[in-house]
Design a protein around this ligand. Structure first.
Ligand code: G4P
Ligand code: NA
Ligand code: NA
Length: 193
């Protein structure tokens, strides 16, 4: 998505440790009209899929998922919650997600009420790095007996392994922008063509 690449170049800040800050439109302040266009783009990329639900993870995936839903017939958006281990019951699907960026493991849950075997799920998230979050969400859909129809990502860090692993596992993955390289000294960012 050309407009996204341009926005990243204009507003993104490359931080130490290979982290891209996009707080001006995605991770702190939300540019609603821009997210609206991303939602439209996801619909175009997955137009052949019959989607009954969009699944994301709190917090930053929610805005994007909601905007996507508007273009998929307003299907429900379910966001997986980061839970306390002590609160995990039989009424929940539960998985564990390692965060490389934040150096910790999250227990992540979805109520069994909101995902089931009839669901055809589009998974949406803001960033894809090592893929732990996405594989955790895939695991939750599989526990429910549903079908993962696709995975939509706003910004994929192409030099980390997540994108490769998800495509290799046979999932239809679409990223609106794929970063090929980032340099925190020069602030240079290049995109995959
Ligand atoms: P992975 O899930 O692909 O393995 O990635 P990783 O553990 O590295 O990512 C952990 C969290 O950091 C995720 O947010 C992810 O969206 C975010 N993240 C990863 N790389 C970047 C980056 O370069 N820039 C920004 N802004 N975020 C990045 P999360 O834990 O789900 O938290 P939330 O921010 O959505 O609440
Ligand atoms: Na996220
Ligand atoms: Na995030």
């Amino acid at each position: 998505m050309k407009a996204l690449e341009e926005k990243i170049l204009k507003e993104g800040i490359v931080k130490e440790g290979n982290v891209l800050k996009v707080d001006s439109f995605l991770n702190h302040q939300i540019d609603v009209s821009f997210l609206e266009k991303m939602g439209e783009e996801f619909k175009e990329l997955f137009k052949d899929k019959k989607i009954t639900k969009i699944l994301t993870i709190e917090a930053s995936g929610i805005g994007v998922a909601v905007m996507a839903s508007r273009h998929f017939g307003y299907v429900p958006v379910v966001f997986a919650k980061k839970a306390k281990t002590s609160n995990i019951s039989d009424e929940l699907y539960h998985t564990r997600i390692d965060s490389y960026t934040h150096q910790k493991t999250n227990d992540v849950v979805v109520s069994k009420q909101y995902l089931n075997q009839d669901d055809h799920v589009l998974i949406i998230d803001d960033f894809l790095a090592n893929g732990c979050a996405i594989f955790g969400l895939i695991d939750l859909v599989q526990q429910a007996g549903g079908v993962v129809e696709g995975v939509g990502i706003v910004i994929e860090k192409g030099y980390q392994e997540g994108g490769h692993k998800i495509r290799e596992a046979g999932y239809h993955l679409e990223s609106l922008a794929i970063i090929e390289s980032m340099n925190d000294q020069t602030s240079e960012i290049t995109f995959r063509k």
